[in-house]
Write a protein of this length. Structure first.
Length: 246
């Protein structure tokens, strides 16, 4: 249970305040503006499903976010008792496993090396919110099958971004690693308006490992409540002294 819980939580993550990021895409005569949602504090509640090999996890995930600063997640399985809590800040990822009275702590270099992908706070926040993880900088733009698409590269990682021609939002992103050949595919859908800001209600991610020794992982997040908060949030997180670090 320990390793399964940790892997499911880290897979979930693969998914200046009030900063508004814009990308102007131009394909021939058509132009498209992509705007990330603007907020300082956000709360959300979601159904979370995780499928890895023959293991399946289904739970409720409660999120609290201070944009560009902190991501806090509480995981509750079907029994109604909190099983785990996660805190992500600019420097590290902390996970408390309440079921087994243990905790994990990683900086992003350690996390990237352990799981074979380039993790960062900005990358995790982008996945959760459905934002562009790598911005548009006048790359070649193509339009096909209802998408604007373009390619970017960051070090050994290749990004394929697909923007919906109708939704004007990121609907799909595929990331491949030149060195390991691992890939992550994330799809976004069922977009909703929250205080004039647009968010995806559905997120589906597949982590595809090239090595046959590492089975693929699938993660689905279905939000049923998104609220832009007007007052600062707290992010309660304390590791009990009797818990063992793993």
């Amino acid at each position: 249970m320990n390793k399964l819980l940790l892997l499911s939580l880290l897979s979930l993550l693969i998914l200046s305040s009030c900063k508004r990021n814009k990308a102007f895409l131009s394909g021939g005569k058509e132009k498209l503006e992509i705007i990330d949602p603007e907020f300082e504090y956000l709360t959300s509640k979601a159904k979370f499903k995780f499928d890895h090999e023959d293991k399946k996890v289904s739970a409720t995930a409660n999120f609290r976010i201070q944009k560009d600063s902190v991501i806090w997640i509480s995981i509750t399985p079907g029994l109604g008792l909190e099983a785990a809590r996660v805190l992500v800040d600019r420097n590290r990822v902390l996970v408390i496993n309440k079921l087994d009275k243990e905790y994990y702590e990683y900086n992003f270099n350690e996390l990237s090396e352990k799981y074979g992908f380039d993790f960062s706070f900005d990358m995790i926040q982008s996945v959760i919110l459905g934002n562009l993880s790598e911005p548009y900088r006048n790359q070649k733009l193509e339009k096909d099958n209802g998408y604007f698409s373009y390619q970017t590269k960051k070090g050994q990682f290749n990004f394929s971004n697909f923007i919906g021609a109708k939704s004007h939002k990121l609907e799909k992103v595929e990331v491949s690693d030149d060195s390991t050949k691992n890939t992550i595919s994330v799809n976004y859908g069922d977009f909703v308006m929250v205080d004039q800001e647009v968010f995806p209600n559905e997120i589906s991610a597949v982590i595809d490992y090239e090595s046959e020794l590492r089975p693929n992982t699938e993660v689905d997040i279905s939000y049923n409540k998104l609220v832009i908060e007007q007052i600062p949030l707290s992010f309660p997180f304390k590791v009990p002294s009797r818990y063992v670090r793993k």
